[in-house]
Design a protein around this ligand. Structure first.
Ligand SMILES: *Cc1c(COP(=O)(O)O)cnc(C)c1O
Length: 348
C-alpha cells in the first residue's frame, strides 16, 4: 500500500483573512448584525469551514441557495441560523419542515405552500427593482399571518455606487419595511455595505468580500480593508527551451521572438483557470512575475520563465481578484466559484 500521490495543484485558504474580512464588514455595517453568504460551497472555498470559522467570530446568520446545500452543511453551530434563498418547491418541503434551515419565501405560491404546511418561522424576499427573486411590494397582502423572521431585498447595482437604482431600491425597501412586519430587515450584500449605514438595516449579507473579492476596486477603503483569501500554486511539470520562430500551445497563438525558457504548469481551464487568461495571465516565482504564453489548455498552461525555475518547482498566482478580473474579463465571483475539484486544499 502507498499514500495517495500528493497533488500538483494547491489551494491555500486563509481562514484568518476570512475572519478579518467579516469583522471589517461588520464594523462597516454599524449597528447591524453581519451575516455571511456561503452558497455555492462558500463561493468555491468550502462552506462548512467558513461557517465554523465565522461562527467563532460571532456570525449568526448564514445563507445558502438551495436545500441540497443546506443538507450538505448539516447542523449549524449553536446559536447560528441558516436561510435558503431559493425558497421552497413542493419537493423541498420534507427538508424545509425538518427545521435545518428557514426558507426565504419569494413568491405567492411559496407563501401559500408554507402556510398550508403550518411551516412556522420563515424569511421573505421582496423585489424592489432587480426583478430576480421576490414578491412585488404590492403583493404583500399574501404575507398576512406569516411569522417573518427577516424581510429581505437584494440590490441590483450596489457595485456601481452612483447608479440611481440604489437609491430607488432603498426608498422602496424602506417603504415596504414600514408596512410588512418582521423581526429584522436586510438589504445589503458586500457592495451594499459600501453604500453606507442607511443600507445596513438590521442585518447585512456579505459574500464576495469575505472571500477576498473587492466589490468596488476603486474604493480605497475596500482595497485596504479587505484581505486576499485564496492562493493557488501549480507545479512545473516540464521546462523546455523554445527557439525563435517556434510556437507554443493550441492554435500556435504565441510565437517565440527570442530563445525562450517555457515552464508547463499543472493547471488549466478544468481548474477554473479559464481560456480568458491565454496570453494574458501571469504567475510568480519568488519575486519574479512571468507571463502566460499561448492558450490555456484543459490541464496545462505555458509560462515564459527565467533560469530560476525548474521542473518540480511551484509557480504561484497572486491572489488579487480585482486584478485577475481586469486581466481576464471574468467577474470576481466567476473566478472564485469556478475553482474546481482538483486542488489539494489547505486551510491556514
Ligand atoms: C449572493 C447573495 C448575497 C451575497 O452577495 P455578494 O455580492 O457576494 O456579497 C446576498 N444576498 C443575496 C440574496 C444573494 O443572493
Amino acid at each position: 500500500m502507498f499514500e495517495s500521490s500528493p497533488a500538483a495543484l494547491r489551494l491555500t485558504i486563509d481562514g484568518d483573512a476570512i475572519a478579518a474580512n467579516w469583522q471589517w464588514l461588520r464594523r462597516r455595517g454599524g449597528a447591524a448584525a453581519c451575516g455571511a453568504a456561503v452558497k455555492a460551497n462558500g463561493y468555491g472555498l468550502g462552506a462548512a469551514e467558513v461557517v465554523a470559522r465565522l461562527a467563532r467570530e460571532g456570525c449568526r446568520d448564514f445563507f445558502v441557495s438551495n436545500w441540497a446545500e443546506a443538507m450538505a452543511l448539516g447542523a449549524m453551530p449553536d446559536g447560528a441560523a441558516l436561510s435558503v434563498l431559493h425558497g421552497v418547491r413542493e419537493a423541498d418541503m420534507p427538508a424545509a419542515l425538518s427545521g435545518i434551515a428557514r426558507p426565504v419565501l419569494s413568491s405567492a405560491a411559496q407563501v401559500a405552500r408554507w402556510k398550508a404546511a403550518g411551516g412556522g418561522a420563515c424569511d421573505v424576499m421582496i423585489d424592489t427593482g432587480m426583478n430576480r427573486l421576490g414578491l412585488r411590494p404590492e403583493e404583500a397582502g399574501v404575507l398576512d399571518g406569516l411569522a417573518i423572521e427577516t424581510l429581505l431585498s437584494h440590490l441590483a447595482c450596489a457595485d456601481e455606487p452612483d447608479h440611481p437604482l440604489n437609491e430607488r431600491q432603498l426608498v422602496a425597501f424602506t417603504a415596504a419595511a414600514g408596512r410588512i412586519p418582521a423581526k429584522r430587515y436586510s438589504l445589503a450584500n458586500s457592495a451594499g455595505i459600501g453604500l453606507g449605514a442607511r443600507y445596513a438595516f438590521d442585518l447585512t449579507r456579505p459574500g464576495l468580500a469575505l472571500y477576498g473579492g473587492v466589490p468596488v476596486p476603486d474604493d480605497e477603503a475596500q482595497r485596504h480593508g479587505l484581505r486576499p483569501v485564496a492562493r493557488i500554486e501549480a507545479a512545473v511539470v516540464q521546462v523546455r527551451d523554445v527557439a525563435p520562430g517556434e510556437s507554443v500551445g493550441y492554435g500556435a497563438t504565441w510565437v517565440a521572438g527570442l530563445e525562450s525558457r517555457v515552464a508547463i504548469i499543472n493547471i488549466g481551464y478544468a481548474d477554473g483557470y479559464l481560456r480568458a487568461f491565454s496570453n494574458a495571465g501571469s504567475w510568480r516565482s519568488r519575486d519574479a512575475v512571468y507571463p502566460v504564453i499561448g492558450r490555456v489548455s484543459m490541464d496545462l498552461v505555458a509560462v515564459q520563465v527565467g533560469h530560476d525555475v525548474g521542473e518540480g518547482d511551484w509557480l504561484a498566482l497572486d491572489p488579487d481578484l480585482p486584478e485577475a478580473s481586469r486581466v481576464s474579463g471574468l467577474s470576481q465571483y466567476e473566478l472564485l466559484t469556478g475553482l474546481g475539484h482538483r486542488y489539494q486544499r489547505r486551510w491556514t
